[in-house]
Design a protein around this ligand. Sequence first.
Ligand code: SF4
Ligand code: FES
Length: 258
Amino acid sequence: MNLTLRVWRQAGPSAAGAFVEYRAHDVSPDMSFLEMLDVVNEELTAKGEAPIAFDHDCREGICGMCGMMINGLAHGPVQATTTCQLHMRSFTDGETLTIEPWRAAAFPVLRDLCVDRGAFDRIIQSGGYVSVATGNAVDGNAMPISKPDADAAMDAAACIGCGACVAACPNGSASLFTAAKVSHLGHLPQGQPERYRRALRMVAQMDLEHFGGCTLFGECQAACPKEISIDEIARMNRDFLYASASELEESAKTGGAG
Ligand code: SF4
Ligand code: FES
């Protein structure tokens, strides 16, 4: 296959960016999208040009690093697939592909296709943990968890923090990501003591990071490579509302202190 690539090149966060056209020759349909970019980069390097910067790590769909827009779609045209797991057989010979970084105020471009997703880390730091003394690993059955709860926690835990939900959302909202992280622990007994505090803190941090509000467009769910459901957002909102009401009740009892 021979393809034309229109790639966003930007030397740094404050540099002006622009699309630059490249030809990708003799692309095997069995290559992954990232392998195709590797071959293009080898050619650029051999010519003394700067290779296209893009994030990647596991190349097996579990680390969430390889986010980019391909023809306007987060992670490209195949549902439930990360860019590293996307194969070139999903495109046709002679096609022109437009490749861009995530576009969101909360994800500033660092270089070419790489963006700063530190805002996600700060959301996790604000409440995505359980405060327990860990010690030795306990017996697997020490704390029985029902199958539906374990399945629900596992579904939410599948979020790899890639940011496609933010990139696909017309509002640039991080609600699907945050809701997945709130729900993951909220479904488990170990997550209960901090459940409502977690929802308050993570939603507050999400707002501080300049993500947009959620208006339930559903684009996030459609773009998510791990098929996280927007039901998680409803669950997060319920926990947040309950936590906000309880906090009001608490401050009324204490005369506003604490
Ligand atoms: S919810 Fe889906 S799209 Fe959003 S960060 Fe997690 S895995 Fe990526
Ligand atoms: S490189 Fe890890 S998910 Fe794609």
